[in-house]
Design a binder for this molecule. Structure first.
Ligand SMILES: [Zn+2]
Length: 679
């Protein structure tokens, strides 16, 4: 097929560079990608073979621009794969992903290219670069060095070998946990055992039994949708105990044991870090994080421990008291979720369903736009003259009050069979320099929120509204990006910083002033009642200590694995016991192990990164407190948040940006205050 008719290469022009979705067909992706990669390789060759000494323009800028088409094809593909694709479309990923990673490796492993980047890096203070150009050079240089570019050939080989082995261990780890999880089922014919469970959980259990070829009864598994309701609602203590113990044993011993994989993984990570000149894996990982060092993460976790441990202890006493009234004298790990749920119901009994009428989706969308207008003076106007990938997608033109164009904003919020689960923000094009011109971005949010029916419009739960505010926060970050080079554009910042713009938006939702802007009954137009708002707010801090202590215990465990010389670790269970001891409030469960099922750090991207959940929370609480001090719609504070954080992307280290906004480093006390654990 001719490339001339390929819409990626001969791109039909639409307003603001909108994606020509109507023209893009399945068969266009691979030829466009192959062409784009070949072009990118040609550019790299010309950079490498340039006889002139390296300059920002002939090296860094050319590298930056060389992948423009490739990125466009990749972004379009992966966005559609998640939001609107059939199996045939999804299968293409198996061709596309290896092509992209092969290209990426060929760049980072190229010694000639690195030599030029290194020369730029070494002269970065002399060459009269702008601060953003300097940052671009530094970030590129760091990407190369963290990948081993400075090593001698023998060490480079070692690192490649380690990477290769690690890349096999991670999927083995998840395969083991998956197999071990699937291996367990609990079948019962006795309906009494189901007492307390919500109807939906019962129906699911009956369906599972049928699927597993049982003629009757109910079956429970260790998958979250089956496991969680049992822990929270099953009156039958034995049932809870059985499932809890089974879950604790996942991949700890038996056919699908992960202990050796853990030991190998941490040994290889440690070795790699040492070859690259770092103390240990955590120090290596934290190079491109806001936290910056192992010491900072540990300091942060210890600080939180001092507040959350006593709080959790107190909260657990209340749970224990309730259990005692129920005849349970020795509260165990399998009882705490159950009695916590009961306590929550006692304290804040309100039906989530009562809220829905106030959250008609059109009103909510209108609400977030009002919030954005009050804060940043920007406007959203729906447009119909750009292509969309599905008829449910709506597109808005985002402009400054002056009329200046900022971004296109696509929203696609309801479930379809062709869409994956969850909610996310994404972009078809980040803001930045293309073909010599700084272009505005194409931003999108996708979700799976309650759809309308024939009788009723789409009425959302509070959690769903919170999801919209969250994703809209990421979207604002992307829309307001104001950098020169797209690889430094918002929202792509260090990942312990990336949730600040999103999570901070959730705070507005908790404020009466915000809710009054849009939360009106869809039939009567009445404002949401104050006492409902109060109930929502009060329930948000329920058992915050216990929940946070759990997060902390995982953070400590993660850091322990990645800051210890593996030569000093021989028993996985003992090591874990030591790392988690200080956060334990309930009796130890024999035969249970957390590490063997801790996919986040052994099979996901969270190694030496689990702390970032609480880190991001402490940032958004501290930043929002600044708004609270001056008024939540204070224009000055909003302007400072916009110009110092949202617009800046990764053009400066996150802590520097944060301090510019806040006047000081983030203080976790703001989070404790929000959690009502400090006055
Ligand atoms: Zn997020």
């Amino acid at each position: 097929m001719s490339l001339k008719n390929n819409p990626f290469i001969n791109r039909p022009q639409f307003k603001h560079g909108a994606v020509p979705f109507d023209d893009i067909k399945l068969e266009h992706f691979i030829p466009a990608l192959d062409y784009a990669i070949a072009e990118a390789e040609k550019t790299l060759e010309s950079i490498k073979n340039n006889p002139k000494s390296p300059t920002f323009d002939n090296t860094a800028l050319k590298m930056e621009n060389g992948t423009e088409l490739m990125d466009a094809v990749a972004h379009t593909y992966f966005n559609l794969m998640s939001a609107e694709s059939d199996n045939k479309f999804k299968e293409l990923a198996q061709e596309i992903s290896p092509k992209l990673s092969a290209f990426k490796n060929s760049v980072l492993l190229d010694p000639k290219l690195f030599a030029r980047v290194k020369a730029l890096y070494e002269n970065r203070d002399k060459d009269g670069l702008t601060s953003e150009q300097k940052r671009l050079v530094e970030e590129k240089y760091t990407d190369f060095t963290l990948n081993g570019a400075l090593l001698n050939d023998a060490d480079k080989k070692k690192v490649r070998k380690i990477d290769e082995e690690l890349s096999k261990l991670a999927p083995k780890f998840s395969q083991n946990t998956l197999n071990a999880t699937n291996d367990f089922t609990y079948h019962t014919e006795d309906e009494n055992e189901l007492s307390g469970l919500p109807d939906m959980a019962k129906e699911q259990a009956a369906e599972t039994a049928k699927k597993k070829k049982k003629d009757s009864g109910w079956m429970f598994t260790l998958q979250m949708p089956s496991y969680i309701p049992v822990m929270q609602y099953a009156d039958n203590r034995e049932l809870r105990k059985t499932l809890y113990k089974a879950r604790g044993k996942v991949s700890f011993g038996g056919k699908y044991d992960n202990q050796e994989i853990i030991k190998n993984t941490i040994a290889l990570r440690y070795e790699k870090a040492q070859i690259l000149g770092f103390e240990e894996h955590a120090e290596y990982t934290l190079q491109k994080r806001m936290a910056g060092s192992t010491a900072n993460v540990n300091k942060f976790l210890d600080r939180l421990y001092k507040v959350y441990y006593p709080a959790a202890k107190k909260e657990l006493e209340e749970v224990r008291d309730l259990a005692r009234k129920d005849g349970v004298e020795d509260l165990q790990a399998w009882d705490s979720a159950y009695y916590s749920e009961k306590l929550k119901k006692q304290k804040f009994d309100f039906d989530q369903e009562e809220l829905r009428p106030y959250f008609k989706i059109e009103n909510v969308i209108d609400g977030i736009y009002k919030v954005a207008e009050l804060l940043y003076g920007i406007k959203f106007t729906e447009i119909k003259d750009v292509p969309v990938y599905h008829e449910e997608v709506r597109v808005f033109e985002v402009t400054e009050n002056s009329g200046e164009f900022l971004s296109l904003f696509y929203i696609d919020l309801h479930p379809r069979e062709t869409k994956k689960g969850g909610a996310w923000m994404t972009y078809f094009r980040p803001q930045g320099l293309y073909n010599g011109k700084v272009e505005r971005p194409l931003i999108s949010i996708v979700g799976n929120l309650t759809s309308s029916t024939e009788e009723k419009p789409s009425l959302l739960t509070f959690d769903e509204v919170e999801t919209i505010f969250h994703e809209f926060g990421h979207a604002l970050h992307g829309m307001l990006s104001n950098v020169t080079y797209s690889s430094l554009a918002s929202p792509d910042v260090y990942w312990d910083f990336v949730e600040l713009p999103s999570q901070i938006m959730e705070n507005w939702l908790g404020e009466k002033e915000t809710l009054q802007l849009f939360a009106k009954h869809y039939e009567t137009q009445e404002d949401i009642p104050d006492e409902l708002i109060e109930k929502i707010k009060a329930s948000q801090t329920f058992n915050k200590g216990l929940w946070s202590l759990r997060q902390l215990s995982l953070g400590f465990l993660d850091m322990a694995w990645h800051t210890t010389d593996p030569a000093n670790i021989d028993n996985v269970a003992e090591f874990e016991e030591q790392a988690m001891e200080k956060t334990r409030l309930l009796p130890r469960v024999d035969g249970a192990n957390v590490s063997c099922g801790f996919g986040h750090i052994f099979a996901g991207g969270y190694s030496a990164g689990y702390y970032s959940y609480k880190w991001a929370e402490s940032l958004d609480a501290d930043a929002f407190e600044h708004f609270k001090e001056k008024g939540i719609f204070n224009k000055e504070v909003a302007k400072s948040f916009r110009t110092n954080i949202l617009e800046k992307g990764n053009t400066k280290p996150p802590m520097e940006l944060y301090v510019k906004f806040r006047g000081k480093e983030p203080d976790p006390n703001a989070m404790f205050r929000r959690d009502k654990l400090l006055n």
